[in-house]
Design a protein around this ligand. Structure first.
Ligand code: FRU
Length: 502
């Protein structure tokens, strides 16, 4: 009898949990999300002994921002992730804010053991009581599984100094740190022989896009496609907490030169912000350190969210997902130096059997596309004819629609999520536009859809739009149509295999 009562009590307390589960969207199949709780920025991206590490801002105690600690996941292929226990927890006074990780190959810190290089994390200690943000060092000698905090290594005595990205600069044989003085919209650079003693080198900004905060900087060198033979340039990536092109938080970048101490933008850069992504949900992207020697790529991953509504998105029991890792390149074209972004090629291993159709004629009446469900990749080559608008619509059982569209007459590609699901935040229901030269009468779109996110790569990643959408019930129907005059579409669509580890 007593046992029965206990069971009954359990059943009763289960009800609110079940009610929470009602508002959960289908979990993304191939985008990383922790099993439960809150996640924001990617942190400490580093490759070591066959593993890509993805640390991230994580609240182990709830599904809103707070108790910031470093969560941890690893992958051998950048697409299948295994979530591990929290790596660096908050302490009584200090939260572990964003930062980076390096492999200290020469043991410059002296913190390695047994002749193996330590993994070093340099991150912001956020101490609200002392009204201070300063940079901390923690180290691991077991492939990132357990960490010891060495302590604070750099303070300038201010409350908005954060998000250190550290890397080895071979020409000067020094470690370099780029961080932000967030509220002043400045990037600040420091150098060090040993990751412990840091010397101020220079600052950059305000410049380009400005807002309440600059956050999560990165600085890296890239070969220039279409440039002078052998040309290389440095990219300084800076995130804006608000006021970015998608309406809220987002990324911008500057292209220039770096001599080990100072970043100088290329001549002729007009001062206007160059945006990383035209959607609302690509934030705080940073690149992996220490990729294997035989891999020349530069790869980053972003947090698919926007601070305006990040704590309100209707998902449970976890809140926050990452984008797919993207390989980036730097191209010189008519507009100057521009990054391109494409899903890492490893992603293609998740593809199921393709469905292809050529010369699909699109008119006012929507054509059903050979795609089912909420998880797919689609490549569409569109020829506009005289069409004024071409749309691909993902429609759920309740009539909510996520629209991927092209407006040739005004040179725009867009995602429209203004009627994509039930209302949950005033800042969400929007349309996001990328300016694209459509004067040649065609465009190539690559769409990664994963239940509640669309990542759109335009013309081989020349521009991207990343948006989440939180739809109603039922599976998605995929259709395409054209307005004004007929258009044609060549299409390849792949189901994306679910990660079996989830
Ligand atoms: C960016 C950010 C960082 C900070 C972290 C705190 O999203 O605000 O500047 O380190 O999140 O979680």
């Amino acid at each position: 009898m007593i046992r029965k009562l206990v069971l009954l009590a359990t059943a009763v307390t289960m009800i609110p949990i079940h009610a929470e589960a009602q508002r959960s969207d289908p979990r993304p199949a191939y985008h990383f999300a922790p099993k439960r709780n809150w996640m924001n920025d990617p942190n400490g991206l580093v490759y070591f002994e066959g593993e890509y590490h993805l640390f991230y801002q994580y609240n182990p105690h709830g599904d809103r921002w707070g108790h910031m600690s470093w969560g941890h996941a690893v992958s051998r292929d950048l697409v299948n992730w295994e979530e591990l226990p929290v790596a660096i927890p908050e302490t009584a006074d200090v939260m572990a804010f964003s930062g980076s990780a390096v492999i200290d190959w020469k043991n410059s810190t002296g913190l390695g053991r047994g002749g193996r290089p330590p993994m070093i994390a340099i991150y912001t200690g956020h101490n609200p009581k002392a009204n201070l943000q300063s940079q901390y060092l923690a180290y691991s000698n077991d492939r990132g599984r357990t960490w010891a905090v060495h302590g604070e290594v750099l303070s300038i005595g201010t409350p908005d100094f954060r998000d250190p990205k550290v890397f080895w600069h071979a020409p000067t044989q020094r470690w370099v740190m780029v961080a932000v003085m967030a509220d002043e919209n400045k990037a600040v650079l420091f150098t060090s022989p040993d990751l412990k003693q840091w010397t101020f080198a220079s600052s950059f900004g305000p410049a380009g896009g400005r807002g309440k905060n600059w956050e999560c900087p990165d600085l890296f060198e890239m070969p220039v496609e279409g440039g002078r033979p052998g040309e290389k340039r440095w990219v300084l990536s800076i995130n804006l907490g608000d006021n970015a092109v998608g309406g809220g938080s987002g990324g911008q970048y500057f292209v220039g030169d770096f001599d080990g101490r100072r970043f100088t933008p290329v001549e002729g850069w007009g001062g206007a912000p160059v945006w990383t992504d035209y959607g609302a949900d690509f934030y705080a992207a940073v690149t992996w350190n220490d990729l294997p020697k035989n891999d020349p790529r530069r790869i980053w991953i972003g947090w698919a969210n926007d601070w305006r509504y990040a704590e309100a998105i209707p998902t449970y029991p976890s809140r926050g997902i990452m984008t797919v890792p993207r390989a980036i390149t730097l191209r010189k074209g008519v507009q100057g130096y521009r990054l391109t972004q494409n899903p890492v090629r490893e992603f293609e291993a998740l593809r199921g059997a393709p469905q292809a159709a050529r010369q699909i004629r699109l008119g006012e009446e929507p054509v059903l596309l050979p795609v089912t469900g909420g998880t797919a990749e689609l490549k569409a080559e569109l020829a506009f004819g005289g069409a004024e608008q071409i749309s691909i619509a993902l429609t759920d059982a309740e009539g909510y629609q996520m629209i991927i569209g092209v407006n040739p007459t005004v040179n725009e590609v867009f995602l429209d999520r203004s009627r994509s699901g039930p209302h949950f935040h005033d800042g969400f229901a929007n349309r996001h536009v990328a300016p694209v030269d459509l004067s040649r009468g065609k465009v190539s779109l690559r769409l990664l859809v994963d239940e509640s996110i669309v990542e759109l790569f335009i013309n081989d990643g020349e521009q991207t739009i990343t948006d989440r959408f939180f739809r109603g019930s039922g599976s998605l129907r995929w259709t395409a149509s054209a307005r004004g005059a007929p258009a044609t579409m060549d299409l390849t669509a792949w189901p994306i295999k679910q990660d079996p580890m989830r």
